[in-house]
Structures are given as C-alpha cells and as structure tokens.
Design a protein around this ligand. Structure first.
Ligand code: F6P
Length: 341
C-alpha cells in the first residue's frame, strides 16, 4: 500500500511520535510505502512531499513540533481544494491518507472523506477538546508545562504580595486551565465554559488576602470571558483563517483586579511555550498507539474514521461523530476543582 501522512493545524508534542509509529508499522510490518506531506494540507494541495522511511524518522520520538511542518491551510480555503486533493492522491497512487490534527483538520478530513478520499484521522490537540476521545496527546505535556510555570510563579507572587493572573491556552475549553490550576493549587480558575462575575472573582481573591495570605494565583484559559455586563471586556478579533485572536484576558483581569483589590496584579501569558518541547512519556505512548492503530485501520479499509482513546483501549470512531461537538469541562469537574481552590 502507499500511504500519505500529514500534520496540520497548531503543532503539539507527540506529532513526531505518531509519524514514527505510522512509518514503523506500515513500512516494517506491512511492507508499505509512506510519504509525508509538508506543512499539512498545503503539502497535499501543492503536491509537496518527502519519502518517509526508517532513516527519515530515526531519533524523532522525543522531539517536539513536527518533522513534516504544519500550517492552518485547509482544502476548503481553495475553490477547487477537494478536487485538487483528489487529483494529487490519484497521481501519487495513494491508497490512504492519515491526517493528524485537531478540530479544523478533522473537519477538513471529513470533507475530503465525504468527497471520496480514503482517510483515517488521528486526533491531536493540547486543548484536549475533541469529544470522542478521552484524551488527546499533547495535553499531558501542556498541563505539565503550565503546572511547572504556576509552581514557579507562586514564589515570585509571594515575595511581592501580588496577584498573578496566568493565561493558559484553551480557546473554547478550559481543560488546561482546570488541570494545571488543580495540580498547582491555584486560588481561582476561569474557563470559557463558565463566564465569570468579576465581583465574585475579586471577592474570592480578596478573602484570601483578608485571611492573611500574601499572594494569589488566578489561572485563566485564554477564551475565558466575563459574564455579560460584569466588566468592560475587549474580545479581540480574528486572524486570517477566522480563528479568534484574543485581546488578552489576563491583561484585562489584572487591571480589573488591581483596581478592586488595591493589590498589585500582573498578567503572565504562557502562550506557545505550552506547545513546544519534548512530549511527556504519556503523550509519546498515546501518540505511538494512535499511529499503530491508524495503519491497522487503513489495512482493514476502515476509512472516514479516526483513532480515539476509550478507557485504556484505542477504538475507531467516525470522523462525522468526531467533529460534531467539542468536549467541554462539565460542571462537576469544575466543582471538584473549585472545592480545593
Ligand atoms: O488549538 C491549539 C491551540 O494551541 C490553542 O490552544 C490556541 O488558542 C491556538 O492553538 C493558538 O494558535 P496559533 O498557534 O495559531 O496562535
């Protein structure tokens, strides 16, 4: 068989582990040929690719980022995107494509699958917001980075008796905020799923100082918003692909909390550091398992599907189901976190 693989959308620790696993399983165990498209869908649309053999993937398991490069380009951005992709798949004699990506990539995968292309998707995102899989690789690494940062920030916050508002990634969901905030013992967590009231938040932080504590850490998912009318709020705008470009919730919260509490407040934006660097062991293992199962699905002819983790098993779910909704933080998970803040 001839298989094409690509990584699309925001990069994520563990992508190289999937590529390596796909190549090992396909080339060594099945005698397949594997090619990798450069920069995600762009590579497929422009027929820009390289051959992937064991040498090509040697030494990449622990490396962050993606050896294939990534982009936010999608077939739907071009009027003839689907037709162009189909033409290149036929010209290259590909029997399957394995796109590795998040929400946007999986939607594009579904579009191409509906258009007749043989696709097996692999989900990835540090945000952990793909509904049909218990976990996505990259999440564990991102939570680890954010937790370490929060631990470090506590000492400087305490030295200066400050409120630090730490902005973590999470446009639509607050999984990184929830987990890192819980792991580091933050004093408040705000997430997109539950618009916050600025007065309630200020009261919670204020009570801490009244109780004699010398600092406070608030973890804010980048997509967290105040309850309508609760405070002035600048949402920001959109980037060239239509994705939110937030004006910065940490910066806005630091101004509002400083005024209300009479305590120095500072915003800290962790940003892309959460996505960079070496994946944790957990993420490497999950990514490797996803790659193995994606190749098996290709050989079974199970197209229009995606790998997913359910409990400890890897299962296949339809791409249609995978892109239906996002996995948001349920109220109970938030309550569990709030109880120990
Ligand atoms: O979807 C993953 C993610 O890391 C989000 O958490 C974040 O909002 C976004 O990507 C950032 O994207 P970009 O790298 O395009 O700025």
């Amino acid at each position: 068989m001839r298989i094409g693989v690509l990584t699309s959308g925001g990069d994520c620790p563990g992508l190289n582990a999937v590529i390596r696993s796909v190549v090992h399983r396909a080339v060594v165990d099945h005698g397949d040929e594997v090619i990798g498209f450069r920069d995600g869908w762009r590579g497929l649309l422009e027929c820009d690719y390289l051959k992937l053999d064991l040498d090509a993937v040697s030494g990449i398991l622990a490396r962050g980022g993606t050896m294939l490069g990534s982009s936010r380009v999608q077939p739907a951005h071009l009027r003839d995107g689907v037709e162009r992709a189909k033409g290149h798949v036929a010209d290259l004699g590909l029997d399957a494509i394995i796109p590795i990506g998040g929400e946007g990539t999986l939607k594009a995968a579904r579009l191409l699958s509906d258009g007749g292309l043989p696709i097996v998707g692999v989900p990835k995102t540090i945000d952990n917001d793909i509904a049909v899989t218990d976990v996505t690789f990259g999440f564990d690494t991102a939570v680890g980075v954010a937790t370490e940062a929060l631990d470090r920030l506590k000492t400087t916050a305490e030295s200066h008796q400050r409120v630090l508002i730490v902005e973590v990634m999470g446009r639509h969901t607050g999984w990184i905020a929830l987990h890192s905030g819980m792991a580091a013992g933050a004093h408040a967590i705000v997430v997109p799923e539950r618009p916050f009231d600025i007065e309630e938040l200020a009261a919670r932080v204020g009570e801490r100082f009244e109780a004699g504590k010398r600092f406070a850490i608030v973890v804010a998912a980048e997509g967290a918003k105040p309850r309508e009318g609760s405070m002035a709020y600048d949402e920001g705008g959109k980037d060239i692909y239509g994705h939110e470009r937030f004006a910065g919730i940490a910066r806005q919260l630091s101004i509002e909390l400083e005024q209300r509490l009479g305590k120095e407040a500072r915003p800290v934006i962790l940003g892309h550091v959460q996505r960079g660097g070496t994946p944790t062991a957990y993420d490497r293992v999950l990514a490797t398992r996803f790659g193995w199962h994606a190749v098996e699905a290709v050989h079974r002819g199970e197209f229009g599907m995606m790998t997913a983790l359910r409990g400890t098993d890897i299962v296949m779910v339809s791409l249609a189901e995978a892109v239906e909704t996002l996995k948001t933080v349920p109220d109970e998970r938030y309550a569990e976190a709030e109880c120990v803040l």
